[in-house]
Design a protein around this ligand. Sequence first.
Ligand SMILES: Nc1ncnc2c1ncn2[C@@H]1O[C@H](COP(=O)(O)OP(=O)(O)OP(=O)(O)O)[C@@H](O)[C@H]1O
Length: 267
Amino acid sequence: MENAIEIKNFTKLFGEFVAVNNVSFDVKRGEVFGFLGPNGSGKTTVIRMILGLLNPTSGSGHILGYDIMEDREKLKSRIGYMSQKFSLYEELTVEENLDFYGGVYCIPKNKLKEKKKEILKMADLWGKEKLIVSNLSGGWKQRLALGCSIIHEPEILLLDEPTGGVDPIARRQFWEIIYKLSKKGVTILVTTHYMDEAEHCNSIGFLYYGNILSLDTPNNMKEKIIDGNIVEIKSDSTLKAIERKPTLEDVFVFLVEREKSKKEVTK
Ligand SMILES: Nc1ncnc2c1ncn2[C@@H]1O[C@H](COP(=O)(O)OP(=O)(O)OP(=O)(O)O)[C@@H](O)[C@H]1O
């Protein structure tokens, strides 16, 4: 079986409002598939339908060959999910959160001990086991939430805007973990509205108000949509950067949180 995820003509109506319109896509095993689209374009709705939390109005989906509607129970232990809000228990420690999710998936004690060690190292949280989650920075919380979502070693990982609200360094660290998981054969579907993140994916679906406008590799998509070269200008001053516009056909501004180290910022 080459495709881990196969979605055919997903449509979701809320009353008369069409949130998702006839969306179809496949994700190959071990691939990182990015769902790119602005807020409200239907990304979360698609993920909720894949998870079986929402019934599609029409259309069908298969994961690892199982029907997402009929085989929900079989799929539960094979899918990991990280929501935008991180789903952590803020008043518990790092280790207690991992123990909790280990318990939810009924992971045997010895196996859980081994998994916790692996996740703490992977997430750069080694030595922080006893810290209360509410005291952690956004990046640490994000990596812990990812750890909790993979404690049961899922083959499919669904990440809904996992990097929202964390600084660029933490985002980069997070993507390094995503690559490692993908190399191990985990199939990953990640939603984002950051263009630069979409570029890290093997293929992208561009969703716009419920419709898939394009489905391709990042490079092909850029070539098809944009005629000419793309230049990235990093600047402390948006105005200074835009002043260069005469030599450019169009400019898109992306604001990123300032990194602690300014080494990479060029004027
Ligand atoms: N339960 C619901 N009832 C009514 N409308 C809904 C419901 N869930 C989502 N919507 C609407 O469907 C559209 C798609 O929402 P969705 O959350 O899937 O978008 P999104 O791309 O994930 O955006 P965001 O990044 O803001 O989460 C939005 O207009 C939203 O208001």
